[in-house]
Design a protein around this ligand. Structure first.
Ligand code: ATP
Ligand code: MG
Length: 339
């Protein structure tokens, strides 16, 4: 059997080129080597307030983006996290073995809670739910952007702690980061990661933005006071643009240096916009086609949830038995595992 891959995106706003280069592109590349599960993690999104009508729409939009990016639903399961209740169930059991001190070290919690007036407990528990998403399917590999590496480390710590308290139960998930594009920075502020939830009209390259808006945002990107590209002295804004270009084109470092050294920033931006649109215009066409098929996205999501539910339920049953919780199966019944 192929090893399993799991990853997810929150339907918390407009997906951007960071989500695409940091996560989706790797998923598309990896999906045929692995048994793949890709989640729209709506329970993660509600750790900060989401307007309900918008959230419902973003869930379907995110699924459409997965499909337009090239995730093949015949091969990979695409599902909405909340449609498989075992995610939340396992999260509670894992919460009970996770020391509070581990969670209080999470940099995402510190950054996201700083922007909130009232901090919901869900924001603090977020990494435990993420551990549950992964461990529920005994995923061997989790392809993510660099910002999620700390949460992945925590997922391994939680798995290890559970295994040592209750006996070998969970597979240790490995983190997979793309070689280029693991951390795309904001166009307006190259010191901050590009994020769906960040404010600012010129912050991101949103995957579904009209092409002229994508071009304008790239042309407005913050650079530095040098006139032209100098790889030794380039500031973070210029490095970010080069990084986006390289992740889109898969050019080697050498080709990047030969091509861009000495190029004026105006021309660099034009070329980055050209590379972004060469990828995103056909992507947007596919998206429009997918979104226009009535009922198609919902059927993909229903089918995905149905396909993975037996795996998820089997893990929850195993965890219950390991912890001594009631399963109704009677003592001494052999553990039935699906994976
Ligand atoms: P939010 O602001 O709501 O947290 P986000 O843009 O951080 O949104 P997530 O849904 O949290 O997106 O993350 C989805 C995936 O995209 C994860 O694998 C994450 O590591 C990756 N990712 C997010 N932002 C970037 C980025 N700027 N560069 C590369 N990868 C990213
Ligand atoms: Mg995020």
């Amino acid at each position: 059997m192929k090893p399993r891959v799991l990853s997810g995106v929150q339907p918390s706003g407009n997906l951007h080129i960071g989500n695409y280069l940091g996560a989706l592109k790797s998923w598309v590349r990896m999906q045929h080597q692995y048994e793949s599960i890709f989640c729209i993690v709506d329970l993660h999104a509600i750790t900060v307030y989401q307007e309900p009508v918008t959230l419902a729409q973003k869930i379907r939009e995110t699924a459409g983006v997965f499909l337009a990016a090239g995730i093949d639903p015949k091969h990979s399961a695409i599902l909405v996290q909340s449609s498989v209740p075992a995610h939340a169930e396992l999260a509670w059991m894992l919460t009970c073995v996770t020391p509070v001190g581990w969670l209080s070290r999470m940099t995402q919690f510190k950054a996201k809670s700083a922007a909130q007036e009232t901090i919901g407990d869900g924001l603090f528990q977020y990494p435990v739910l993420m551990a549950a998403d992964i461990l529920l399917y005994q995923a061997a590999v989790v392809p993510v952007g660099e910002d999620q590496a700390q949460h992945l480390e925590l997922a391994r710590d939680i798995a290890q702690r559970f295994n040592s308290l209750y006996g070998e139960t969970f597979v240790m998930p490995a983190t997979s980061l793309p070689a280029v594009g693991a951390r795309i920075m904001g166009l307006d502020d190259p010191a901050a990661k590009m994020s769906k939830s960040a404010p600012g009209a010129h912050h991101a390259i949103a995957l579904l933005d009209p092409p002229d808006r994508i071009r304008k945002n790239i042309l407005r990107a913050t650079t530095d006071s040098n006139p032209a590209v100098d790889f030794e002295r380039a500031g973070p804004g210029v490095l970010n643009l080069l990084n986006i270009f390289q992740a889109l084109t898969c050019w080697t470092d050498e080709r990047m240096r030969d091509h861009f050294s000495g190029m004026r920033y105006g021309e660099l931006k034009k070329q980055v916009a050209g590379a972004a649109l060469a990828e995103l215009e056909p992507f947007q066409q596919r998206y429009r086609q997918i979104a226009s098929e009535p009922g198609y996205i919902d059927s993909v999501l229903r089918e995905g949830a149905e396909r993975v539910s037996p795996i998820a339920n089997s893990t929850v049953e195993l965890v219950k038995r390991r912890m001594g919780l009631f399963t109704g199966a009677g003592a001494g019944v052999r553990e039935r595992l699906v994976w």
